[in-house]
Design a protein around this ligand. Sequence first.
Ligand SMILES: [Zn+2]
Length: 830
Amino acid sequence: MTAFTVHDPRRLPQSHSRARLYHHESGLRTLLLPEPGSRVTAVLQIGVGSHDEPETRPGLAHLLEHVLFTGSERYPGVHHFARRIQGWNGHYNASTLDDTTAFFFTVDAEGLAPCLAHLIDMLSRPLLTEESVARERRILDAEFRTRLADPRLHRQALLARLARPSHPLARFTAGNAHSLSAPLASLTGEVRAFHACWFRAGNMTLVLQGALPDNVDGVLAETLSRLPSGPIPSRPPLPTAFPSDIQQQDWLWRAPRSDTSCTLLFPLPEDERVWPWLRHWLREPGHHGALGGLRATGMASTITVTGQRRSRNQGLNQGLNQGECLIELDAPGRGQEAAALLEHWLSRMAAYVPSRWPSTARLATPDPEGFPAPPDAPLARLCYLARRVAGEPETDTDTLLAPPAPPDDHTWHNTLRGLSDTGAMVIDHDNGRDFTRFTPWTGTPYRAIPRQRPAATDPFQTLLAPSATATAAPPSLKTLTRVPVDTEDTLRLGWRWPGDQTIAVERLGLRWRLLLEHAPFTGPKVRVHQSGAKLILDLAADDTAIRTTLATLFAPMDAPWERLTEHRHRIWCRQRDAAAPAHRLLQVLRDRLDGVTRENQGLLSSPTSLYCAYPRTWPETRLATGLSPITARFFPDTATDTTRATAIPTGQQAVPCAYPDHARLLYLPAPHRHVLDRLCWRLLQRHLAAPFYQQLRLRQQLGYWVDCRYQEEADGRCGLLLLVQSPDHGQRVLQAALSGFLENAGALLTAASLDDWQRTIRSLRAEVEREHSASGYPFEQRWNQAFYQRPGEADAELPLLDRLTAKNWRDEVLERYALARPFTLYSIAG
Ligand SMILES: [Zn+2]
């Protein structure tokens, strides 16, 4: 039996591999994207979402997504899937949107067949028991209550309120205890009926990317034939999202204080060729781009652009190719001003037609990852492809994977003119009390305001190039620590300050990032990394690049850039202070481990030390002439290194949080900074992660944020992190749960069979091997040894894993576990 017909295998120009598009006779479509490596990512998308729920049951699609993970015919265990994915060093997730539901996982290549078989069984023959429905309904409600502190939920609720009731945007997608409050038996019936109706092969698309096994066709034929076939209900045509009277006003809402954005909404351009380029120019930080202009005014420093295209019932009605373009700026309270600027920019850009665009390197690869999908992640690109495969049945791989061609001048001009004339719908903040209208479900206060556009000066007229004229100063290399490395093309500079300088170092890191993004010479090699009071700068190791980059970064600052840095820093502080408790605890832990103190708001002093990693082939004189003049001028009195090791904290610490949920974090550091300890701790995490999740999330139902992680510092210290955040359980309950788990963990480790240990050791070995073979690994090792004074023993990892027996490992882990002293952080309201 041939389950597949090869639809269109063609050679891909970039990856030199063969992308293949299959059409299963059941209707399912599969896109295979082979890539070298050792991992595989799978995205399975089903063409059903919250818009397809019965009117009376908001949240049903989201509930089904949850319940599907709780057991199926072949794999009835509640946490089987998590375990299986973890066994292949993987991770997984799922999402429910208004028109699609998607499941993703990434695993070692050999794990593809078993994990895919498991996922298909979950989706085609789920148990969907009343017990699971009851439990997941509670979890969903907890998610909802936690998300009430998340401004995005409120913005979504406001958009839903403003949209036409029959449009997908109008749905309450999250669901909560109230929207799902039917008697359990009938709710379970609804979940089952919804599943049976939509989860059919003809409504699914599978995208696989990575090191596909040779027998992938056989695996797919075998696995996918288990999916139920049958017709899918047809959907009504879509109206436009917003009635015109709604669209011609702007809107204010009272947002949680953590919100640091304003939102502008445009209709998505109808011509599909315009959108990726418009998005590119919106996000462009250089002087033609919208972001560049916003930064030049100091009004906003970040832009997030997402577009949701809905092409249902293509060709049959005017619903074709409509959608919304959502622009978020970090300029709370200045929405109308920002809209004026952007509308201005659109009309200028309308005249800057594609035939006049310079073909710079930046343009050639505008947005390599997600282009033209919204967020910049490889996964987003796969989801984007799945969407297109599902929506364009006649397409071939060349069309799918080709970079987007620019539109013609005429189309570009007309589309942008049209958008500028239509104008943006602004959704912004107001802290006043005179609200009389509230959204359903979230109770978000909102009101309309007349559309006004303050007269804006045109920031796009002036090019804000930083003055880049660095002058030579006497070189002094006395305090530079040199780290020659076996690399041809990278130069890395690293500075360390005492921990009380952190705030000033953060500001410097921010400023450098902003400057580098704006600079026309920026290449992919140039990168700024800041952690605590340490700052690292990567450069391409050629003379011109070094001179121009350093001259730009170390030049005296213009006032607008000064302002922009301050603006960005304030937003950053606000976001940090308002983060969800679990995030806050993680930040505080990081600070404690880094020896960071945040009291000092003063100016940046000289760093205690400067490190430089440069190609081994460079003569010493090259450093003196190329590097030293500029850096020495900026930090004239560089002293010798006085790094002190930070003491590992113990005991507990309360962390004030703006969010109402309770969070508790337990950090268990390994006793020593030794290779054996680090391997033991990674094994420990592998043994405890699944039971931790099972006990706290599934059995005790403390909250939906339950996490057990291994965390390693660059200096080689490591720890195990147990984290839980709960919307309804207080600290006493969380403390009891965490300490109860720790008490039983020893017994758990002892009870695991030597076969279990053998299996975890094998999977750890595979991961370590992958890390060691990653490109750039020797460079990073050498750098960490010098900069973080990390012991250079990484080479011992693999031999050690091979030398000790499973029993040795178990004893070593247990011995260290008994010595470890936890450090606890917990949130308090305030
Ligand atoms: Zn959820």
